[in-house]
Ligand binder design. Sequence first.
Ligand SMILES: C[S@@+](CC[C@H](N)C(=O)[O-])C[C@H]1O[C@@H](n2cnc3c(N)ncnc32)[C@H](O)[C@@H]1O
Length: 433
Amino acid sequence: MFSKEEISRFVNSEDLGGQSICLPYGLKTPGDSRDEAIEVVLGELKKSQTVLDIGSSLGLFCLTCLQHGARAVTGFELNRDSLSRAKRIANFLQLKPRYLRLNVEECPDIEKHDIVLCLNLLRYLKNPLGVLRYLASRASDTLIIETAHVGERDVKSIAKFWGKASKLPRLPGFLMRLLVASMFKTTSNALVAPYSPKTSLRAFSFSKTALDAVLSTHMKLFYSVQIKPSRQKDRYFVVCKKLKIKHLVLVSGACGSGKSTFIEKALPSGCSSTLGLNDESFAVVSGSVIRSRKLSKFLPGQVNDSVVFHYDILPIHKCGIDSYDRDPSLDVLMCAERVSVVMLAPGKDQLLSQMIASETANGSMPKYHSDLRNKYQSPGWLSETYLDWLDFLGRRLADVDSCDVYDYHGLSNQLNRVSSIQELRGVIESRYS
Ligand SMILES: C[S@@+](CC[C@H](N)C(=O)[O-])C[C@H]1O[C@@H](n2cnc3c(N)ncnc32)[C@H](O)[C@@H]1O
């Protein structure tokens, strides 16, 4: 136990701005009340969940979550002094959070937590978009963000700049400010402020629309993204619910490889039981649908038992994505507990005959198919394309708890299990050699 004098001495001698934390003997640290943010966090916290707080400062949110039933909490903090003060405060309260001195921008290797908090941090980061993606990967249920959009000071300086730079007739100052404020607060703009040491590297302001676009359209990791207003001027909260898929069956192959036929005919006639799919209730989704719509528009809920994902491995080259790592639709692989990869890689002649089958009576063929016919015939092209896909899968699925791999032969309707993606690489190399 610590004496009242000891805790008072600490409160009076340290620089404890930032968070007001209740200590024993009715003492507390002198910082800001964070009651509103606490309300949002506790509104999401369920008993026995784990919590990761990024930029944990003096540890208010870590401690509060422990006091309200969290099983374990971890705080990342870059500032060494804040971290050592946070440790002393936790000792006074006899609580045991795990505090780590880490820079979130280095994407430290840490286990997933049910809830991830990113409160009042985004605008101080050098690479906020990279960090958001990292945080999304570390949250297994909920990501909570608190941030601020363009504030009064920003509005004034942009209005002044526009007033000078624009060739438009000069508007009265208040009209210009109104124009700037309405643009930056409601459109999908993010504001990049010039670097200034005085603003503690405050670099980015996201409007609500911008952050919503980043979280629900650039990434396909959250089933829902809810913006909540804050009582504090210019601030807002975002509560993101991570998509969860218990079993994802990834049916992948080139154009003409038989993915639709596999899903429509082979799955109902035996393959679904080989894959351990629950026949009655699986949603079927495709890369193009996931890319173009919000997840909540075509998946029934945040938690999904079985999902069949029809993925054509070629269109990324048509629409300028060019790398599987950059395809947002493939984010859903990061939301699955178990993945079954079904590879459809028929022989070159079979793929060519599928392209020729699309010829019309007058001998013409859609341009996409005639281009593919040429590519399918060019030496090494099929092998390189499939191997590129398998290399990506090897990286992306390394983190998935359970992963089974199958090679499907359409002509004989055989679904052969292979031991690993590495083994499938060997199969592809010899098939298209
Ligand atoms: C404005 S304070 C917010 C504190 C707390 N999250 C809150 O909302 O009350 C930002 C905190 O993030 C920490 N921080 C800033 N950049 C960081 C980084 N790259 N990695 C980890 N912590 C960081 C700062 O040291 C500071 O304690």
